[in-house]
Design a protein around this ligand. Structure first.
Ligand code: NAD
Length: 498
């Protein structure tokens, strides 16, 4: 049996365990609704936290609306807001250990993995603090009749919704940009993994964010839909499944609320015929099923030249078959559980579909027998996969990878693009120029050559059904801004400059 060395009562405050953060205070929920948090490594409940009613959603939105319409935050200078973001960054840094432990407790991410990615939160707050203090929120352009001032206003009240898999990093991308822009925010934390967002609220409080600028509630899908539909919400920034993204886009379209969608993926790694085997595997294998494949940019389709198919399948399957599956709290574990019973059932259904449709399992292939209680799946590789098969088309969100053979680079590119998704991709080669020209032909928002990288100053997001809009970089800040042009006659005194 897996261990569970996390004690919510001693590691978390009473506020985080029993309240919502609304209008600068910890408040009691409007109803007695609650949700049990289940540790994926043991299958046992370890805490129970309140779940929002529609009245809680309404209170949070009212607070954010008031803070936007009458509070100081939207009209502060970028530099003033940057100072607050820096204080939030410091507050996050002081809680890094706790935030990693929460990630492992809630969704079973191996602790080393959580330790590696929790600092993303700090990086995003630092990046947007820096950008807010240098960004041109106001700009003058000369016109025929005089000049025009271009004012980049905050878009307004924003609803930030993120999934359970990587709550802290995803929320940090959205929240740091929204705050830097001067927006006020309602965060709807997911019922499976709400603790991270509530700890972020503690950081905001410590950093002295004005009341109502950040409001955090834990809510289910129904209350999430209520939040998205509220006319007081000017913008929704959503990360999650493509199916939910489409529903949210429909709701937003009714009142033309602004929307950014970061959705699913079915990303391809193209191994070119000149790629050296060992360095390629060393860089590729870890990004094919990070956190048991529950990361949107996982490289879940590996495209290999037919001439090297056998060699690649053997070597890659040996690596995946040798991964240590087990307790996520053990620092030597490479693959922990999947996040929930629902994920476990879903992944097993896809493995069955792969076998039924004629793909060949080279390693793994079922529930891990070592742990009865937790939600463990054997890391699984399918060979002989074709682009029509369900496992090559649908996002599995589990430790399951398909190997697809190609005959030439044109076919590899066509296969990589033969998907409704367009989130990420990689190209492996010994010729970086060739990698670059191949990468440019892939219809995805991000492609990396000989590895996989994401950086705070670089936009991230999807083509096609992987989303609309970008997060990260100046593009991610612009997503929370609304441009206003004010034309002034010649000789007018210039309006306020930053
Ligand atoms: P999901 O779409 O079921 O839920 C995501 C969030 O939306 C949750 O907080 C949920 O409570 C909420 N929600 C559900 N229905 C809603 C509705 N009608 N209105 C408002 N909110 C609603 O996704 P999931 O299963 O939690 O997460 C996995 C998915 O997220 C995968 O498809 C994965 O690819 C995607 N994802 C994408 C990125 C990215 O950056 N592109 C990153 C991580 C995960």
């Amino acid at each position: 049996m897996s261990t569970f060395p996390f004690d919510p009562k001693s590691e978390l405050s009473g506020n985080v365990l029993s309240g919502f953060y609304i209008d600068g205070q910890w408040v009691q929920p409007c109803s007695n609704a609650s949700v049990s948090l289940i540790a994926p490594s043991t299958g046992q409940a370890f805490a129970s936290v309140p779940l929002a009613d529609t009245a809680d959603v309404d209170k949070a939105v009212d607070a954010a609306r008031r803070a936007f319409d009458t509070g100081p935050w939207p009209s502060m200078s970028g530099t003033e807001r940057a100072a607050c973001l820096q204080r939030m960054s410091a507050a996050l840094v002081s809680r890094m250990t706790l935030l990693s432990r929460i990630w492992t407790a809630e969704v079973g991410a191996p602790l080393w993995f959580a330790n590696m990615f929790v600092p993303t939160a700090r990086a995003m707050f630092d990046y947007y603090a820096e950008l807010a203090s240098t960004f041109g929120f106001e700009e003058s352009r000369s016109t025929r009749g005089g000049e025009a001032m271009i004012i980049r206003h905050p878009v307004g009240v924003t609803a930030l919704i993120a999934p359970w898999n990587a709550q802290l990093p995803i929320l940090s991308y959205k929240l740091s940009a929204a705050l830097a822009a001067g927006c006020t925010v309602v965060v709807k934390a997911p019922p499976e993994a709400p603790l991270d967002a509530l700890v972020v609220a503690e950081c905001a409080h410590e950093a002295g964010l004005p009341p109502g600028v950040l409001n955090v509630i834990t809510a289910d899908a129904e209350r999430g839909a209520h939040l998205v539909a509220k006319r007081e919400v000017d913008k929704v920034s959503f990360t999650g499944s493509t199916a939910t993204g489409k529903l949210i886009a429909k709701t937003c379209s009714d009142r033309l609320a602004r929307v950014t969608l970061e959705l699913g993926g079915k990303s391809a790694a193209i191994v070119l015929d000149d790629a050296e085997l060992n360095p390629t595997l060393a860089a590729l294998a870890p990004v094919t099923m990070p956190f048991s494949g529950q990361i949107c940019f996982a490289q879940t389709r590996i495209l290999v030249p037919r001439s090297r198919e056998k060699e690649f399948i053997e070597a890659y399957s040996a690596i995946i078959g040798g991964l240590k599956v087990g307790d996520p709290w053990d620092m030597t574990t490479q693959i922990g559980p999947v996040a929930s019973r629902r994920q476990l059932d879903r992944v097993i259904r896809y493995i069955e579909a792969g076998s039924n449709e004629g793909a060949r399992i080279t390693t793994g292939g079922g529930r891990s027998s070592k742990y009865d209680q937790g939600f463990f799946v054997e890391p699984t590789v399918f060979a002989g996969v074709t682009s029509e098969m369900t496992i090559a088309r649908e996002e599995i969100f589990g430790p399951v990878v398909s190997i697809i053979a190609y005959d030439d680079v044109d076919q590899a590119v066509a296969l990589a693009n033969d998907t409704d998704f367009g989130l990420s991709g990689t190209v492996f080669t010994s010729d970086v120029e060739r990698g670059y020209s191949t990468a440019r032909r892939i219809r995805t928002g991000n492609v990396s050559v000989n590895g996989l990288e994401m950086a705070p100053n670089v936009p991230f997001g999807g083509f096609k059904q992987s989303g609309i809009g970008r997060e990260g970089g100046p593009e991610g800040l612009s997503a929370f801004l609304e441009d206003q042009a004010i034309y002034l006659p010649a000789g007018s005194p210039r309006v306020r400059q930053e």
